[in-house]
Write a protein that binds this ligand. Structure first.
Ligand code: ZN
Length: 339
């Protein structure tokens, strides 16, 4: 009852990358960097296990960014000439690489960290990949000339890596699709179909993470424009409920999403964010259990998984660790009370 997991990322140790920022530059290079990433992976797992997290991740210690970490291993992309584009419907600008030819996976993307993580934990292991819609929203295109066509080409590369991760012993594969609550109409017309292409043939558990983004300024400013009730999910939840994806991960803590919308995800496991990643205030176990209780009105308790609203990559390490502990303790409290 009420198993716990995190959205995916944890802060990186200061010896691996510059702390407290997204796109943080690595502190090392070459073989030293590759070894350090694996050391950091072990630390991330240990911190989660000690906090009582049931389904652990590699903390995304081996990638600089959740989208571009994958893209670096895809042929057909020119990283040498980055261009600035507006992403998430122009919410913010980012320097992005350009697709210049047919997309093809060059080889494995996450094999070293997946194998290392699998070898060092007996817990269930989750791995995250960017979703096709979010990728095409975070890259420039000079080849396909069609977002949908390009998304399905990316979905094929994601599928190849996902199948390989499954062979590495990964139990859960999660696709991060923050673009899903920006382009709601496209989710139903092609976004979910692209995800289906990405999960094709998988037997492991599959998840899609949707959210209102990291706690960075551009996202906080955007959220302030969304009004008192955030109903973006209302449009896409029925389509997700009808999809072949097993789990949906959404933010609930300090969110203005009406909890009643979660009832639209009938039949799915719902990974509810009970930890706010946009605030340094540490949730109490009581507050965590309270969020779980509020969600129980709309989601059968056997379908509730407790997690974080989003990735914790840009947070201070000590804050992230305290929040992990609150997550573990809060879920334990909820089990005692409502289990
Ligand atoms: Zn997120």
């Amino acid at each position: 009852m009420f198993p716990t997991t995190i959205a995916g990322s944890l802060p990186k140790p200061a010896w691996l990358a510059e702390p407290n920022r997204l796109w943080a530059p690595w502190r090392l290079d070459g073989a030293e960097l590759e070894a350090a990433k694996l050391d950091a992976t072990l630390l991330a797992i240990k911190l989660q296990e000690d906090a009582g997290i049931d389904v652990v991740t590699d903390g995304e210690q081996s990638r600089q960014h959740f989208v571009h970490g994958f893209l670096e291993n895809v042929a057909g992309i020119d990283f040498a000439h980055k261009v600035e584009i507006g992403i998430r419907n122009n919410r913010y600008k980012a320097m992005v690489p350009t697709v210049t030819g047919p997309l093809r996976l060059k080889g494995r993307v996450h094999e070293p960290e997946a194998r290392h993580a699998r070898a060092h934990t007996k817990h269930k292991l989750k791995f995250t990949l960017p979703g096709p819609m979010t990728i095409v929203d975070t890259i420039a295109d000079q080849h396909y000339g069609d977002r949908v066509k390009m998304a399905f080409a990316f979905a094929d590369t994601l599928n190849a890596e996902a199948r390989a991760l499954e062979r590495n012993g990964v139990d859960v594969i999660q696709f991060d699709e923050p673009a899903f609550n920006v382009y709601m109409d496209e989710v139903t017309t092609w976004g979910i179909e692209a995800l289906h292409r990405a999960i094709d043939g998988l037997k492991c558990t599959t998840t899609v993470h949707i959210c209102y983004g990291y706690g960075i300024k551009a996202n906080i400013d955007w959220k302030a424009t969304l009004g008192g009730e955030w109903r973006q999910y209302e449009k896409i939840f029925p389509a997700l409920a009808a999809s072949r994806i097993n789990q949906v991960s959404v933010e609930c803590r300090n969110s203005k999403v009406p909890m009643s919308l979660l009832s639209l995800l009938r039949g799915k496991d719902v990974l509810i964010g009970v930890i706010d990643v946009a605030s340094d205030e540490i949730e109490t176990p009581e507050q965590v259990a309270g969020t779980i209780e509020a969600v129980m009105k709309y989601v059968p308790k056997q379908h509730i998984v407790a997690g974080t609203n989003c990735g914790m990559a840009p947070m201070h390490s000590n804050i992230a660790q305290a929040k992990l502990a609150a997550l573990g303790k809060g879920a334990a409290l909820a089990r005692e009370r409502f289990g």
